[in-house]
Design a binder for this molecule. Sequence first.
Ligand SMILES: [Zn+2]
Length: 222
Amino acid sequence: MAAKRMAFANFFGSKQKTFRPRKRGIFEGTIKFKLHKQANASLNSGIDLQEVVKLPHGEDRNDWIAVHVVDFFNRINMLYGTLCEYCTEQTCPTMSGGPKYDYYWCDGINYKKPTALPAPKYISNLMEWVEEQINDENIFPVKVGVPFPKNFTPTVKKILTRLFRVFVHVYIHHFDKLLALEAEAHVNTCFKHFYYFIKEFELVEKKELEPLREMTERMCHC
Ligand SMILES: [Zn+2]
């Protein structure tokens, strides 16, 4: 039991060797900080997640999306960090999302063609790639008044589509571990929040959601 508690405590933030959650600058006093607080304020109180993802009146859509993308990245990164010792090239030789889906990594730089990789390698590339996008001020402007670029929405769609695949992998291949770590409820909340968000702003294609469709229908009632 003690071991389980340790693992669960680990979930919320101690250092991971491979996956360090990185924060993009969300500074107190800025608009983004305010939105960040607003986005997170109600998460602990069992509030309706489908409601909290909606754009607050008068706020900028892109700012709202940007703070969520950064938060989801940090949370999913931490979530996978908790499981990564159980996700190895031996346990997960491919990045599979169940019997019908296999994902291939392609970033146009190190992997010019879609390439089959073991899941931990795929996810490590994925997290690094997302982190690069988030830290790129040309895509995610930090300073107030700097407009979002034209490629902001397509980039965000790609980021969220890729992050969704981490949920796919975790739910399909490591669900037993989530149960053993007593982390299921926490992950489900994180997933539901993510799912309502991408639906609200139509940021991930329906076909990408297919591997978790049945679970999502049960969990999110939509
Ligand atoms: Zn795995």
